[in-house]
Design a protein around this ligand. Structure first.
Ligand code: BGC
Length: 757
C-alpha cells in the first residue's frame, strides 16, 4: 500500500491519542472526540444538549398531552434537546432517537432517562426493603437485573440510586433510600451504582446511574417533602455527603441535585455543593441534572427573581442539564450574549454530557438499546423473576416470634388469612413502578395458596384505601367502613392460626407522601384488635414503605413480620418465610419508633450533657415525660428461626505500629435450623474535639451457620473507620478512648474497649 498525506495525518492523530492516553494527565480519546464535536457546535446546539424534556412522543408522533408537545417536537428537530425522560419501549425510543440522529444538523443522539428505582417492569423490593437484606451482592444483582430489563426497553440512564440518608419516617421517600445509616448507605450506594452500570458502560445491557438528590433532601424539616433543610456542617460532612462520595468513587456518571434549600440556597443553584465539593474537591467528571423543574422552583423559593435569573444562577452554579423547566433552552443564549453566563461554563456542561454519551457508545450505535426482539425476550425473563424473588426473601425482617408460632406448619393447620393487603396485587409494587403493569404482583393469598396442605380461608376485613389509587393521586384512606369486620372475625374464630396482612397501600409512601401519623392506617388497628380478641394465635405481616408504630402489635401479637413492599414476587417470598422454606435474615435499616413524637429517632445520636436519669424523680435530663427514649425496634434489629450467640470478643490494637485495630468475635448458631446472621460492628469515639455519636456502624458481615456451627468473624478498623470530618470538612483521626460493640443489632451490649495512642 502506498502511503499518502492522509495516512500521515491519521498516524499523527493516533500517535497523539496514544501518547495522551499513556500519560495519565492528558485527554482521553473520548475527551478529544468531545472537544472536536464541541468545536462544531453553535451556542444554541450546545444549550440544546443541556435541555431535557419529559416524554411527549407516542411512536407515531407528538402526543397532545401537556399541550406543549408540538413545541417540544420542534425543539427536538432543531437539535435543542439533549435528553428525554419517560420515553420507554424499544420502538418508542427508536422513534425519538431517529429524529435526533437523522433530522438534526449534527445528529447527536439523545440520552434516555427513566426512574428505574427498584426494577423496571419486573418490580423488586422497594430500596428500603432491599437495604434490610444488608446483602450487597444481592442488591448489586437486583440493580443489574433492573438495568438489563430497562436497557432492553430503550433506556440507558436511571435516576437511581437515591442515596439520601433520612432519619424521619414521616418523610414518604424513606422508601426510596437505604435508611438512616451513612456506613450502610454508602456500601449500598456503591453496590447499586456497580449493579446498574456494570463493568462496561458501553454494553447495551447496562444503564448509567444517578446519585440523587444532591444534597440534604432526606433532612426535610418535620419530614414534609420538599421542605427546608437546616443541618449543621458536621451532619452535612459526616452523615449526608459520604454516600454521594461513595457513589462517585464507584464511578457513578451522573448526579441529580435536589428540590430543597440548604443553608438558604436551593440545591439547584448551590455553587458550594456542585462546583466546590462535587466537581472541585471530588473531581467528578460526569454531569449534574436538575430535579424536575427545580431550576424554575428557585423563584418560589425566593432565590431567583424570574426564570431568566434562575437559569443564570443554575448554570453558573454547575447544574449541567435542566430537567423539564425549559429555562435553559429559553434563557441561556441571551444570558451568554449579555455576559451573565460564560461560554466556558456552557462548554464545561456540554462536554460532560457529550462525554457520557460517548461512554455509552451512543455515537457508534444510537439504536443499541432499541431492539424490540430483545425487549420481548428479556422483559420478565426467568432470570429476572428469580432474582426478584431472591431479593424479596432476603428483604424480610422477623420482628417478633413468641413461642415459635412461626414457621407455620405445612399441613394440618387451619389458617385464616385476613386483610385487604393480603389479596392486593398492586400495593406490593410500591409507588415507583411507572413501567410495571397494574396488579402484577403475586399477592400473599396467592403465595400461600401454593402451600395447599392446609385449609386456608380468606377474609378482607376492611379496605385500606377507598377508590382508585394512581401514581400522582392522593390516597384516600378508609377510616369509617367496618362492614366487613364480622365476616373476618368469624373466619378468625374457627382457625388454628390467623395471618393478618396490614399496613400501607403502595401509593401511601413515596414522593409527596409524607405523613404525621405512623400508626396502621384507617380502621386496620381496630381490625387487628377485633381479630386478636377472638384468636390470639396471630401472625401480623406488615406491608409498608416506612417504619410504622407497631407498639400495640409488639405488646400483644405473638409474631410480627416486616414485609415492606416487596415487588412482583412479594407473595411468594412472604409465603416461603411464613412456612419456613426461607429462614428470615433481614435487619432493620431504620429505627422503628414507639411513637411518632420521637421522630427523628435514630441509633447514632449524640449523648448530650444529660444523657441519663441523675436520680430517681429528677426531671432535668434528656427525655420525654410520656414515652421512653428507646425505640420499639432499633436499627440493625431482626430475628431468625434460629438463635445466635456471640462470644470471645477479641481486640488486637496495633494502631501505634501499623494503624490498625482488628476485632474478632465467635458466632454460634445455637438453634436447630440453618440461618444467616448479619454481624454488626459499632464503635464509639468516647471523647473528641467535636462530639461523636453514641454508636456508629463501621463494619458488618453476613454469616451462614448450620445448627451448632461456629465461625470466627473478623473486622479491621483503619483511619477510614476511626476518623470523622470536622465541621470545616477536614478529615481527622484523634487519639483517645474507643468503645467497640459487635452483635446482632445496634443495641447489642457485647462490648470491648481500646485506646488510640
Ligand atoms: C424526583 C426525582 C425523579 C424525577 C424524575 C422528581 O420529582 O424528585 O427523584 O428522578 O422526578 O421523575
Amino acid at each position: 500500500m502506498k502511503l499518502n498525506k492522509y495516512h500521515f495525518v491519521g498516524l499523527f492523530l493516533i500517535t497523539l491519542i496514544l501518547a495522551c492516553n499513556v500519560k495519565d494527565t492528558g485527554p482521553s480519546v473520548i475527551d478529544l472526540k468531545v472537544s472536536n464535536l464541541l468545536s462544531k457546535m453553535t451556542l444554541e446546539e450546545k444549550i440544546g444538549q443541556m435541555n431535557q424534556y419529559n416524554g411527549f412522543w407516542d411512536v407515531t408522533g407528538p402526543s397532545p398531552e401537556g399541550g406543549d408537545a408540538k413545541n417540544k417536537y420542534e425543539h427536538l428537530k432543531k437539535g435543542l434537546v439533549g435528553s428525554m425522560l419517560n420515553v420507554r419501549g424499544a420502538e418508542e425510543v427508536r422513534a425519538v432517537q431517529k429524529i435526533a440522529v437523522e433530522e438534526t444538523r449534527l445528529g447527536i443522539p439523545l440520552i434516555i432517562g427513566f426512574d428505574v428505582i427498584h426494577g423496571y417492569k419486573t418490580i423488586s423490593p422497594i430500596p428500603l426493603a432491599e437495604a434490610a437484606s444488608w446483602d450487597l451482592d444481592e442488591i448489586k444483582s437486583s440493580a443489574k437485573m433492573a438495568a438489563l430489563e430497562a436497557s432492553a426497553a430503550g433506556i440507558n440512564w436511571t435516576f437511581a440510586p437515591m442515596v439520601d440518608i433520612s432519619r424521619d419516617a414521616r418523610w414518604g421517600r424513606v422508601m426510596e433510600g437505604a435508611g438512616e445509616d451513612t456506613y450502610l448507605g454508602s456500601a449500598i450506594a456503591r453496590a447499586r451504582v456497580m449493579g446498574f452500570q456494570g463493568d462496561e458502560l458501553s454494553s447495551n445491557e447496562t444503564v448509567i446511574a444517578c446519585a440523587k438528590h444532591f444534597a440534604g433532601y432526606g433532612f426535610a424539616e418535620a419530614g414534609r417533602d420538599y421542605n427546608t433543610v437546616d443541618v449543621g456542617s458536621s451532619t452535612l460532612f459526616n452523615v449526608i455527603l459520604p454516600p454521594f462520595k461513595a457513589a462517585k468513587d464507584a464511578g457513578v456518571r451522573t448526579f441529580m441535585n435536589s428540590f430543597n434549600e440548604l443553608n438558604g440556597v436551593p440545591a439547584s443553584g448551590d455553587t458550594y455543593l456542585q462546583r466546590d465539593i462535587l466537581k472541585g474537591e471530588w473531581n467528578f467528571d460526569g454531569f449534574v441534572v436538575s430535579d424536575w423543574g427545580s431550576i424554575g422552583e428557585m423563584i418560589a423559593h425566593g432565590h431567583a427573581k424570574d426564570g431568566n435569573h434562575a437559569a443564570e444562577i443554575s448554570a453558573n452554579s454547575g447544574s449541567d442539564m435542566d430537567m423539564e423547566s425549559s429555562l435553559y433552552v429559553n434563557e441561556l443564549a441571551s444570558l451568554v450574549k449579555e455576559g451573565k453566563v460564560s461560554e466556558k461554563n456552557i462548554d464545561d456542561a456540554v462536554s460532560r454530557i457529550l462525554k457520557v454519551k460517548y461512554e455509552l457508545g451512543l455515537f457508534d450505535d444510537p439504536y443499541k438499546y432499541c431492539d424490540a426482539a430483545r425487549e420481548k425476550e428479556v422483559t420478565g425473563s426467568k432470570e429476572i423473576m428469580d432474582a426478584a424473588l431472591e431479593m424479596a426473601k432476603k428483604s424480610i425482617v422477623l420482628l417478633k416470634n413468641e413461642n415459635n408460632i412461626l414457621p407455620l406448619k405445612k399441613e394440618g393447620q387451619k389458617i385464616a388469612l385476613i386483610g385487604a393487603l393480603a389479596s392486593d396485587k398492586n400495593s406490593p409494587l410500591g409507588s415507583w413502578r411507572i413501567a410495571a403493569d397494574d396488579n402484577t404482583a403475586v399477592s400473599v393469598l396467592e403465595g400461600m395458596q401454593r402451600y395447599n396442605g392446609n385449609t386456608l380461608s380468606y377474609a378482607k376485613g376492611a379496605d385500606v384505601s377507598m377508590g382508585k389509587t394512581e401514581f400522582i393521586r392522593e390516597v384516600t384512606i378508609n377510616t369509617t367502613d367496618k362492614s366487613e369486620f364480622p365476616e373476618a372475625i368469624a373466619t378468625a374464630k374457627s382457625a388454628d392460626v390467623v395471618v393478618m396482612v396490614l399496613g400501607e397501600v403502595g401509593f401511601q409512601s413515596g414522593e409527596g407522601r409524607s405523613r404525621v401519623n405512623l400508626d396502621l392506617p384507617g380502621v386496620q388497628q381496630e381490625l387487628l384488635e377485633a381479630i386478636y380478641a377472638v384468636n390470639k394465635n396471630l401472625v401480623l405481616v406488615v406491608n409498608n414503605g416506612r417504619p410504622l408504630n407497631l407498639s400495640w402489635a409488639d405488646e400483644n401479637v405473638p409474631a410480627v413480620v416486616e414485609a415492606w413492599h416487596l415487588g412482583t414476587q412479594s407473595g411468594n417470598a412472604i409465603a416461603q418465610v411464613l412456612y419456613g422454606d426461607y429462614n428470615p435474615s433481614g435487619k432493620l435499616p431504620m429505627t422503628f419508633p414507639r411513637h411518632v413524637g420521637q421522630v427523628p429517632l435514630y441509633y447514632n445520636f449524640k449523648a448530650t450533657g444529660r444523657p441519663t436519669l441523675p436520680a430517681p424523680g429528677i426531671v432535668f435530663w434528656t427525655h420525654y415525660q410520656d414515652v421512653e427514649n428507646t425505640p420499639l425496634y432499633p436499627f440493625g434489629y431482626g430475628l431468625s428461626y434460629t438463635t445466635f450467640n456471640y462470644s470471645d470478643m477479641n481486640v488486637n490494637n496495633t494502631y501505634a505500629e501499623n494503624k490498625e485495630v482488628s476485632v474478632s468475635v465467635m458466632i454460634k448458631n445455637t438453634g436447630s435450623v440453618s440461618g444467616k446472621e448479619v454481624a454488626q460492628l459499632y464503635i464509639r469515639d468516647v471523647y473528641a474535639s467535636e462530639t461523636r455519636p453514641v454508636r456508629e456502624l463501621k463494619g458488618f458481615d453476613l454469616v451462614d451457620l448450620a445448627p451448632g456451627e461456629s465461625k470466627l468473624v473478623e473486622f479491621t478498623l483503619t483511619d477510614e473507620e476511626l476518623g470523622f470530618y470536622s465541621n470545616k470538612g477536614s478529615w481527622k483521626v484523634e487519639n483517645g478512648d474507643f468503645e467497640v460493640y459487635v452483635g446482632g443489632s445496634s443495641s447489642t451490649t457485647n462490648k470491648s474497649t481500646f485506646e488510640l495512642k
